[in-house]
Design a protein. Sequence first.
Length: 97
Amino acid sequence: MKVFIGGLPLEVSEAELNAVFGDFGPVKSLRIVKDRETKESRGFGFVEMVNDAEAKEAIRCMNGQSYYGKRITVNVAEDKGPGFNNGGGSNRGFSRN
C-alpha cells in the first residue's frame, strides 16, 4: 500500500523516515519529493509498505502527530492514474484557445 506523508519538516531525511515507518513493518520503497532546482524537500513524500495492515496501522498511529514540532498528515496515497501531471500547471497559465 502506498502512503502519503504531508507536512514533513525539511530536515527529515529518507533514511530517518524509512526507520520510522520500518517500525510498523517492511518498507518496499520511500521517496521524499524534492524541488527540481534546489534539491530541497518540498515537505511531502510517499512510502510504499509491503503489508496493507501494517501500512494502515502506521497511518492510524502517525496521522496528526507532531514531528519535529510540525503536525504531519499521513494517509493512503491517491492514485492519480495515467496522465497525471503533478497538479496541472504544465501550461504555465496559458490557455489553449
